[in-house]
Design a protein around this ligand. Sequence first.
Ligand code: URA
Length: 187
Amino acid sequence: MLNWQELEEKCQSCTACPLCETRHNVVFGVGDRNADVMFVGEGPGEQEDLKGEPFVGPAGQLLDDMLSIIDIDRTNCYIANIVKCRPPRNRDPQEPEQDACIGYLRNQFALIRPKVVVCLGRIAALRLISPDYRITREHGQWTQRSGIWFTALYHPSALLRDPSKRPETFDDLLSLREKLKELGLRS
Ligand code: URA
């Protein structure tokens, strides 16, 4: 396991997959490195690639709004992605790209030791919860693995495309707040 500085340096100069050829910035992650809760998206979009920070585009604005409902912001959680470099035209990150990158996220988990991990969207849930995860059926459900509680929410981009999913996501956020209370992580 690398320490934060070693990990960030290695990630910033990574050439382990072809996404390094088209990136402007590596999007390492942001937030509290002692957070109890981590949010994991799929990969940077255009704005994130330009800024080097996750969830700063339109989906990020919605994510901030969603988190504010349950008193979470970028200072009391940690936000990262399955892949740290932007897939061209915002396509899904391919499996070999995920394989090349997942070690960085695993190292982030090992350093942060979150109690709760929230997958944002299908790609993160497939990778972190189960290879046959069905987001439409299973979002908001909880599963515990190696002492960490995992759940998934619809990806904020999916909520921008289809606002009819928002009420379910509101319920999932309340369930997240309950889980944090249950674990004694919030009052
Ligand atoms: N979508 C993601 O999955 N991650 C980001 O950082 C931005 C958009």
